[in-house]
Ligand binder design. Structure first.
Ligand code: ADP
Ligand code: MG
Length: 389
């Protein structure tokens, strides 16, 4: 799925109003009837609304859907991307967007920059991207469950990731600094490091190994299990020390699947995280520890803090956690396993032109020159109220 931010500069305040209106309408309409869009946007001239609608549809931010009962539009992933970026720009979190550095099954990762030129990461959650290919199943699913849409679920995933990152960071865990969250996106610090997967040699694997296992234990002592603690979600910085030795500094990322130590399968997830590290160090570095464990029961003997409970209180509720978990389970969202296959599927989806907007050559040039600024046409200050929960 591509992100073309070039058109963002050309959108006028009425375009933003109509785009926001379509988003608001999608809260309770899978296909938002055109008259409802016009009503929510409340633009005085009727022809004005239709012009905006056709502008937005032309650049793929909304898509026309012919329905048995009525015609209308739905917001596309591209449209949601624009709304989120627009908000980040207004909040001065993001100034420009550059290269894509990651494609997962459920997310796209871009480098972006703040107003002061600081490099950041923009993570766009795309839950349900794969299941768009089974459109019918998806429709049935939507019909049966209010609020169970990809948009809502992607937003939940972003909110969850942001809230956990904030809590972990505050407790001194090695995670990126969270900068902002809006809709289905999270903006965070760019870690200048590669995933463990790309590190071919480590001087002494036992130090890094022990550190990673102790992180799993420390997380549990804070009420949490990462749930996807693998070589793609551990970034390792090689830092040269004054005595010429190289230290490996890990940073943990990717939190939408985190679970509480109270989860019914907590022990299973804990053991799986531990096994993942053991297996990887064995296969990749030929390192096997003689020590058994760590074990879940021992890890939770000392509880330092309950971040799982804190996060519930601060904005990501138990109900949201449950909704997201059920959705992820039903859609087979289970971490980075099968990364390669995921990329192929994502490419296929692009070819089918289902969602998002294709990158054009000009944009690629712009990006090569250091990112595309998002500033442009007049920004609405009087846009309809945001639909943030
Ligand atoms: P996914 O849910 O798709 O696995 P991740 O959050 O794991 O998404 O990010 C995918 C990849 O993007 C990571 O493996 C890493 O290479 C890169 N990445 C993500 N966040 C950062 C960051 N803050 N700094 C540097 N690289 C990052
Ligand atoms: Mg990941």
């Amino acid at each position: 799925m591509k992100l073309n931010v070039k058109n963002i500069r050309y959108l006028m305040s009425d375009d933003w109003r109509v785009l926001t209106a379509t988003e608001m309408g999608s809260r309770n309409h899978e296909v938002v009837p055109t008259p409802l869009i016009a009503q929510i946007a409340a633009i005085r001239s009727g022809t004005g609304v239709h012009k905006c609608i056709s502008n937005l549809a032309k650049i793929g931010l909304i898509a026309k859907v012919k329905n048995a009962k009525y015609d209308g539009y739905r917001l596309t992933y591209g449209g949601l991307d624009y709304l989120a970026l627009h908000t980040h720009t207004k909040a001065s979190t993001v100034y420009s967007v550059g290269n894509q550095i990651g494609v997962g099954k459920e997310s796209d990762i871009f480098v972006c920059a703040s107003e002061t030129g600081k490099q950041l990461v923009l993570k766009i959650h795309r839950l349900g991207r794969i299941s768009f290919r089974t459109v019918k199943a998806n429709r049935d699913y939507l019909r049966n469950r209010q609020g169970g849409s990809w948009m809502y679920m992607s937003r939940l995933a972003a909110l969850k990731e942001y809230e956990f990152m904030k809590a972990l960071r505050q407790e001194g865990f090695p995670v990126p600094e969270p900068i902002g969250q809006n809709r289905h996106t999270v903006v965070m610090e760019l870690i200048d490091a590669f995933p463990l997967r790309q590190i071919s040699k480590v001087g002494d694997p036992s130090t890094l190994y022990a550190e990673l296992l102790s992180l799993i234990v420390r997380l549990a002592q804070h009420g949490l299990i990462h749930g996807d603690f693998n070589e793609f979600n551990i970034l390792v910085e090689e830092r040269e020390e004054s005595d010429n030795t190289v230290s490996l500094i890990p940073t943990i990322i990717d939190f939408p699947q985190m679970v509480s130590i109270d989860h019914a399968n907590a022990e299973y997830y804990f053991d799986r995280d531990v096994a993942c590290i053991k297996r990887y160090f064995d296969r990749r570095f030929g390192f096997t520890s003689d020590e058994p464990g760590p074990f879940f029961k021992d890890a939770i003997k000392i509880i330092v803090k309950r971040l799982d409970v804190d996060v519930q209180a601060s904005g990501f509720s138990k109900k949201m956690a449950k909704e997201l978990e059920v959705y992820m389970k039903e859609h087979g969202v289970d971490g980075d396993a099968g990364e390669v296959g995921a990329e192929e599927e994502a490419d296929e989806a692009d070819e089918e032109g289902e969602e998002g907007i294709d990158v054009d050559e000009d944009l690629v040039d712009d990006i090569d020159q250091g990112g595309v600024s998002l500033e442009g046409g007049p920004v609405t200050e009087d846009a309809p109220p945001s639909i943030e929960a």
